[in-house]
Ligand binder design. Sequence first.
Ligand code: GLU
Length: 500
Amino acid sequence: MSQVRVRFAPSPTGGLHIGGVRTVLFNYLFARQQGGTFVLRIEDTDQSRFVPGAEQYIFNCLRWCGLMPDESVEHPGAVGPYRQSERKALYRPYAEQLIAAGKAYYAFDTPEELAQMREQFKTAENPSPQYGAVTRMHMRNSLTMDEAAVAEALNGPHVVRILMPQDERIQFKDMIRGEVSFDTGLVDDKVLLKADGMPTYHLAVVVDDYLMQISHVFRGEEWLPSAPIHLLLWRYLGWEEKMPQWAHLPLLLGPDGAKLSKRHGSKYGFPIFAMNWTDPRTGDFTEGFAERGFLPQALLNLLALLGWNDGSGQELFSMEELVQRFDISRVSHSGAVFDFEKARWFNHQHIHRLSAAELAPLVMPYLPAASNEKLLPVLELVKERCTLLPDFGVQAGFFFQTPESIDLDSLRAKWKPVYAAFFETLASAWDPAPAWENAADIETAFTVLAQELGIKKGELMLPLRIMLVGGKFGPGVFDILHLIGASEAAKRVRNALSQI
Ligand code: GLU
C-alpha cells in the first residue's frame, strides 16, 4: 500500500476561518489514523493578495490547536520548499510541456483587449463571456498568431492558458460525493502561468500535489468548480495514475443558512477565526475562539461534528477518540450549520473534563491575584460554573481578592434590621479566626447562631453570599467561607455592614 500523505494548503491572505481549521482537522485525523504524513504548504503565488504576518499567524493557530504538520516551512521534509513562491522556477517547464502537447497556449492580450472581447461577445443569456472555445480564436494568442509573431511577442508580457476541450464530460469519484461529473464547455481557458512568471493556483496545486506525493486531498467544497481544470492537468501532464483521491468537505453555514463568514461573526457576536486577527492593511479586527476563552479540544470536537458523526450519537470526543473513529465516508455532503450556543456547550463539557491542575495554567491570565495554595481547590469548586475561560475571573476571582463593589441593591432588598446584630456577632466570632476544619463545621456554628437570635438560617444565606462574593452567584456559601478563611470573611461582612 502506498504511503498516505495529505496536505493543508492555505494562502496567507488573512485570518484562519474555523472552516479552514476543520479542513486541517480532517487532514490531520486521517493522517494520524493511517500512519501517514501531514504536510503544510503555503500557497503564496498571488502576490497581490500577500499579507505580511499571515503565514506566522497560521502557524500560531495550528500550534494553539495542537494540529502541527509533520512537514512544513518550519520542519522541511524531502519535498520542499514548502512555500510556493520559493518554487517559482519549477512550474514553467510544466506549462511549456503542456504547450508542446497542444494542451495549453500562450496569450498576449492586454487588459483592454480582454475588456473589449467581453463587450463584443456578450449576449443577454451570457453577459460575461469567457476566454474559451467561442472567443479564443478571436484573441491574440499562439493559436491565432504565426510562429514569428509569437516568438516576438514572447519578449513582452504573456500568460499561459489551458486549452479547455469544447464538449467533453469528465468525471471523478469524490470520497464524500461519489461520482462527480463536469461539462468542460462550461469552464474557461484558465490562466496557468501569469505575466509575472508565477503559476496560478490551478497549475501550482497540481504540480505540487504531484511532486509532494500527496495521496489524499481534503479541501472545502468551494474548490469543487476547480476540479475539472485540475483533473485535466493531471491527465495532460501524464500523471493521472498518481492523482490523489479527493474529498470536498461540506460548507459551514451561519444561522441564516448562508456560508459562514465574518459577517455572521459581527452580526451575531461570535468569533469566526481560530485566533484574533488584525488585518495589517486595513486595521480590521476579527475575534478568535482562543481569545474568547475556548479550549482548542472543544473547538476541534465541535468542528469534527460539523459534517461528520460516527453514527452512535456520541458527541463528546477526545482527540484520541477522533483519530480512532473518524471516517471520511461518513462525512455528509450537505452544509453544516454552526451553532454558537452548541459551541459554548462543548467548551463547558471540555472544561469539566479537565483537572484543576490542567486548568490552572489556562486560567491564570484571568486570575491575577490567585495564590498557589488555594488555586486548585478553588478551580475544582467553580469549574462546573464556567463555560468560557474568562468566566473563571468572575467565578474564582473573589476567592483571592476582596470584591471591589457589592450588589447593595440586592442586599438591601433582602435586608431586615435584626440582621445587623446577627452579622456583627458573626464577624466577631470569625475575628480572631476560629480553627475551621471544613465547610460543615462552619455551617453548624452559623446555624446555631441564627437559632440563638431567632432568625431562619435560610433567610440569611443570600445576604451572606452577597457580602462575601459581591453578587448573587458562586458555589456553596460554606465552601466559599472555608476557602477564603474566617478573618477575610469577617472583613467582608463588616465592610458590607458599613455600607448598608
Ligand atoms: N490555496 C487554497 C486555499 O487557500 C487551497 C485549496 C486546496 O486545498 O486545493 O484554500
